[in-house]
Ligand binder design. Structure first.
Ligand SMILES: Cc1ncc(COP(=O)(O)O)c(C=O)c1O
Length: 389
């Protein structure tokens, strides 16, 4: 049987997979089971920060695997401690909880907010969390409930309650939702990724800063997709003038190993006490060593490279044939195309370029270090695919 046939037979059918089996990769390039080469502008959905099997990352991960593989959280281990230290030193956050995915990082942010509210106002007095329409926060029951899209809110009922949705495109909606409900926090993505690469409007950001301050609400930022250099700064909230109480991240943090992190600021730093939260694998030495290798190389040089590559893509695609508009920040870009996004994706694949979609848009999330010659080649192919409608 082919890889596809075995997978179709034995793996649960939760994914509408593309008919493509990748077997090998290096940097921004990958090869399929027939030997065809692709330039990847998707990076495993914003995960492979330095591309496939990046040399320094492989070395760090392999050395850690050979030295000390897994300890559990019953004991101290250096990679976990050093990674938390690096995240706090680079963000000004105070403590970090490690988990294994974006959804888990958000479960933790939700629990941290509720625990804080329970201690401050009494258990159940102000447990509510406002999230935004078109948001995406994960696939666990609580994070599905937090996700502000009706399409996710059926078939798995009952969902955990206490989530209220505000529309960031409607002035005053956040203020209304915040004043009508027993809420303690607002959770936002700086750029809504799965919701269609939508940057939060400036007027909404102003309202968000005002409302959280005036009503003493916690500001929680989901940087699962936008984090770790993706938008041209280490975390996107710094570009939006936000001062979060907690930040969740995952995807690109460990460059291809499962790792979620929930960074807790001053108000939430000491909210968790032993037994209030935990994870068997969270902060695992191998994943943490991978993340240390990634995070230590997300420096100003890399970030300015992200901004340059972003500017190059925008200059090539703005006004190009078949392009209606482009949204996003840094190397997280969405293209509203004349041709249906799925068709553009298929045409790109034919030409040996991997792109993604998000809602109606073609989505680009290339490795942050993609070499310019490869980027030029891929964007030329994408332009052809976009123009052919
Ligand atoms: C903003 C955001 N939050 C949470 C998640 C969920 O992350 P994971 O799939 O690692 O659970 C995603 C995944 O796409 C995301 O984009």
């Amino acid at each position: 049987m082919t890889i596809k046939q075995i997978d179709d037979t034995y793996v649960a059918h939760t994914y509408a997979r593309t008919d493509l089996a990748l077997v090998r990769g290096r940097g921004a390039e990958a090869w399929d089971d027939k030997g065809k080469r692709y330039i990847d502008l998707g990076a495993g959905i914003a995960v492979s920060t330095f591309g496939y099997s990046d040399e320094a990352w492989v070395k760090a991960v392999a050395e850690q695997a050979a030295t000390l593989s897994h300890t559990s959280n019953l004991y101290y281990s250096e990679p976990c401690a050093r990674l938390a230290e690096m995240l706090c030193q680079r963000t000004g956050m105070r403590r970090v909880f490690f988990s294994n995915s974006g959804a888990e990082a958000n479960e933790c942010i939700i629990k941290a907010a509720r625990l804080y509210a329970s201690r401050k106002y009494g258990d159940g007095a102000r447990p509510g969390i406002i999230t935004l329409t078109s948001s995406f926060h994960g696939r666990t029951l609580a994070t599905l409930s937090a996700t502000g899209q009706d399409a996710f809110h059926h078939d798995f009922t009952p969902f955990p309650g206490g989530f209220y949705y505000a529309d960031p495109t409607v002035p005053g909606d956040l203020t209304r939702v915040a004043s009508e409900n027993p809420v303690c926090a607002v959770l936002v993505e700086p750029v809504q990724g799965e919701g269609g690469v939508r940057v939060l409007p400036e007027a909404f950001l102003r309202e968000l800063r005002e409302v959280t301050e005036k009503l003493d609400l916690l500001l929680l930022v989901d940087e699962v997709q936008t984090g770790n250099g993706r938008t041209g700064s280490l975390y996107a909230y710094t570009q939006l003038g936000l001062s979060p109480d907690a930040v969740s991240t995952a995807k690109g943090l460990a460059g291809g190993l499962p790792l979620g992190a929930t960074m807790l600021g001053e108000r939430l730093a000491d909210v968790f006490t032993p037994g209030t939260h935990g994870s068997t694998f969270g902060g695992n030495p191998i994943a943490a060593a991978g993340a240390l290798s990634i995070l230590s190389r997300i420096d100003e040089e890399l970030l300015s490279g992200v901004r340059e590559r972003s500017a190059y893509i925008l200059s090539e695609l703005s006004g190009a044939k078949g392009v209606r508009s482009i949204s996003g920040m840094g190397l997280m870009l969405g293209i509203e195309s004349e041709r249906p996004a799925a068709e553009v994706l298929a045409a790109c694949r034919e030409k040996g370029v991997i792109v993604l979609t998000a809602k109606t848009k073609v989505r680009l999330l290339p490795p942050l270090s993609i070499p310019m010659p490869l980027l030029r080649e891929a964007i030329a192919a994408l332009k052809e695919a976009l123009a052919d409608f």
